[in-house]
Design a protein around this ligand. Structure first.
Ligand code: TYD
Length: 209
């Protein structure tokens, strides 16, 4: 089963990926965690270029294609082989991030970004996507309390960019039935419980019986 986690920076998705991993391992399942961009030797090199604060002159077209290149490698090298062995693959971001950030956020044509994603992911369509929805205000509050943490190139961008990215996620949430929108202001435990319930329902497993 392929499960992706999406949302604005600081929405709490990485915590939820870890909690679900722990839960599934406890139930004796095989789990593979993926971080986007990255996850293979080639993809990690692309990640370094994408997130390097010195690369201020990067074009939005370059950015879109580098994310796509990193993802293509990850799909072929890691995701499809894992899925074929019945592993639970959990990805912290996937192709929906490109629709939200590169199309809605940066303004690249939606149809083109969608087509590119289809080409890149092929059969690796997520079964479930948890969209942890945080408001911009709440995101900024969390960001400021993390001040000591170095913000990456993309995280430094402006607030109206994040508004547009959120709109992108809300659009996908209406369009895609695999999307499960969760309010980021719920507690970590409440969000985890919602996630586990959905995963159990969709995987056909009955861990709690
Ligand atoms: P990362 O450090 O992984 O942040 P996070 O913990 O929020 O996932 O950095 C990834 C950044 O790249 C993040 O700001 C979102 C952005 N991004 C895109 O713009 N497009 C994409 O396709 C992906 C996967 C990420």
């Amino acid at each position: 089963m392929f499960i992706t986690f999406e949302g604005l920076d600081f929405c709490g998705k990485s915590t939820q990926v870890e909690l679900l991993e722990k839960y599934l391992l406890d139930k004796g399942e095989n789990v593979k965690i993926i971080r986007e961009p990255g996850g293979t030797i080639i993809s990690e090199k692309i990640r370094d270029v994408l997130l390097d604060k010195k690369n201020t002159e990067m074009l939005i077209e370059t950015e879109l294609i580098l994310f796509a290149a990193s993802r293509a490698q990850l799909v072929g090298e890691i995701i499809l082989p894992a899925l074929s062995q019945n592993v639970f693959v959990l990805s912290d971001r996937f192709h929906d991030s490109s629709v939200a950030y590169q199309s809605f956020g940066r303004g690249i044509n939606l149809e083109f970004v969608d087509e590119l994603q289809k080409f890149v992911i092929g059969k690796a369509v997520p079964d479930l996507t948890f969209f942890i929805d945080i408001t911009i205000d709440e995101m900024l509050k969390r960001k400021n309390s993390f001040k000591q943490v170095q913000l990456d190139r993309i995280e430094r961008s402006k607030i109206d960019f994040y508004e547009k990215v959120r709109e992108g996620y809300l659009y996908l949430s209406d369009r895609e039935t695999r999307f499960k929108k969760i309010d980021a202001s719920l507690s970590i435990e409440e969000i985890h419980n919602i996630i586990v319930t959905e995963v159990e329902k969709n995987s056909g497993r009955e861990w709690n019986k």
